[in-house]
Write a protein that binds this ligand. Structure first.
Ligand SMILES: *Cc1c(COP(=O)(O)O)cnc(C)c1O
Length: 458
């Protein structure tokens, strides 16, 4: 073994202050920086020990540290490139925020703010006050309340309005959304007794009527979200449920799931009932998610009758489910866009992607194909169908385009996924495909570099 070589190994202290590593040091915490340097030195120590090298230069060690730094600087939660074509992908973080939304959030995060401070009175205020007027104006509801997510919204409502009493739900709506949200379980958790009516495929108003008794506190309608029934089916409309509730003096509630505020059918997407429509027909309480079709951060929005929202404000669950300031800051920007429908469609990334004309997607596909071609990577431009996702409109797809790669699909899928940042694509007709619906122009350079590297290494 060459003892002289061991002596040549640079000292940690020296490398910590090395000019060549200055950029890297700024990209990570001090602890990680030290650990990365130690790993780099260790790498060469092993090589010497195993007599795998006869000599090395300090420059080689620095290069190794920089290389190791590329992965050690990463946080667990990190960026990736969505080439799946699913716009609201629950596994990939659901809705994207826009720069303006994030700017507002940074302003709030970086500074003290009036989260619970009434600037007019100079005394304690409510965190729930910031969004309420805006949401009421947009949805037409009397009052609104925002909690952590829609699951929390459903739980707090059932707990407040129907605890230790009965809640009637159609058998066709006892759904599982995924990720452990199952209506029967959520109901028992909130302390209400589930009374199932109708059959899996058909429920009629008379089924609800027959089940109503003095213990009935609520009629609940649930959006079937990620599944769809067809054939011999019949369900009770929100209008009918609202009417029945009024007649019998029972609270009506709808978990509308995704919660769309703009009727997209006029833009050629299948009709999805809006929150405003449910409020208009007289449903007492409507709940929906913040990060699905609404296009905002994770949140649960509750809108409805004044006296009911006032009761929720006193429920003990609210303290546990309360909204954080960063999400309030994001949501305030999102909701303010909805005051003008055209602005909402232009500024909210989720809506923009859903409604983007297929000609634009085609143009992006052509441009990326050309960029890749310039880097000697061959692809085939194909027509695809992109999904909206987010448990809304399970069958609904929009026309899109993708780039299909030559080579073993499973091998490529893993290679693209193993890269940093990962590119998540999908396998379509035995080929690995990147769908252009969810890929943005600003990612092109990075994508082409990644792809070039992967295909070259093959
Ligand atoms: C998605 C969904 C939920 C859960 O909403 P989160 O905001 O993810 O908690 C509840 N109900 C329905 C019908 C849904 O589609």
């Amino acid at each position: 073994m060459n003892q002289e070589l061991f002596k040549k190994l640079p000292k940690v202290d020296k490398l910590l202050a090395h000019k060549e590593l200055e950029t890297l040091s700024k990209e990570m915490t001090y602890y990680t920086f030290v650990e990365t340097i130690k790993s780099g030195i260790e790498f060469f120590r092993n090589k010497i020990q195993n007599e795998e090298i006869l000599d090395f230069l300090e420059k080689d060690v620095l290069e190794k540290i920089k290389e190791l730094g590329q992965t050690s600087k990463l946080y667990s939660l990190r960026k990736l490139i969505n080439g799946t074509g699913t716009i609201i992908h629950t596994n990939l973080g659901r809705s994207l925020m826009s720069p303006k939304m994030v700017e507002n959030m940074s302003e709030i995060s970086l500074n003290y703010n009036n989260l619970e401070y009434d600037l007019k009175k100079g005394s304690r205020g409510s965190r729930y006050s910031h969004l309420e007027e805006l949401i009421c104006k947009i949805t037409g509801a009397e009052r609104a309340l925002v909690v952590n997510n829609n699951a929390a919204a459903v739980i707090i409502c059932l707990n407040e309005f129907a605890k230790e009493s009965e809640t009637i739900v159609s058998r066709g709506e006892l759904v599982e959304i995924g990720g452990s949200f199952r209506i029967p379980d959520i109901m028992s958790l909130s302390g209400t007794k589930l009374v199932e009516v109708g059959t899996t495929n058909r429920t009629h108003p008379i089924d609800y009527e027959k089940a109503i008794n003095e213990n009935t506190k609520m009629l609940l309608k649930v959006h079937s979200s990620n599944y769809k029934m067809s054939g011999f089916i019949s369900s009770v409309s929100v209008e009918e449920v609202a009417k029945l509730g009024k007649e019998k003096n029972i609270i009506t509630m709808e978990d509308i799931g995704s919660g769309i505020l703009v009727d997209l059918s006029k833009y050629g997407v299948t009709k999805e009932p809006t929150v405003q429509e449910s409020i208009k027909v007289g449903i007492d309480i409507v709940t929906f998610s913040g990060d699905k079709l609404l296009g905002g951060p994770q949140a649960g929005i509750i809108v409805g009758k004044k006296e009911l929202i006032e009761r929720l404000l006193k429920n003990q669950y609210l303290r546990a489910f309360r909204m954080n300031k960063n999400s309030i800051a994001l949501l305030e920007v999102v909701f303010s866009y909805y005051l003008d429908e055209r602005e909402a469609i232009r500024e909210i990334p989720t809506l923009r992607m859903i409604l983007e004309p297929k000609e634009n997607v085609h143009k992006r596909a052509v441009n990326l194909k050309k960029l890749l071609n310039d880097n000697s990577v061959e692809t085939t431009l194909i027509e695809t169908r992109a999904k909206i996702g987010g448990g809304s409109m399970p069958e609904e797809t929009v026309p899109s385009y993708g780039l299909s790669f030559i080579g073993n699909a499973n091998y490529l899928e893993k290679k693209f996924r193993d890269n940093e940042p990962a590119i998540i694509g999908r396998i379509y007709n035995d080929s690995f495909v990147i769908d252009m619906k969810t890929i943005q122009e600003y990612d092109f350079l990075e994508i082409s570099k990644i792809i070039k590297k992967i295909i070259e290494k093959k």
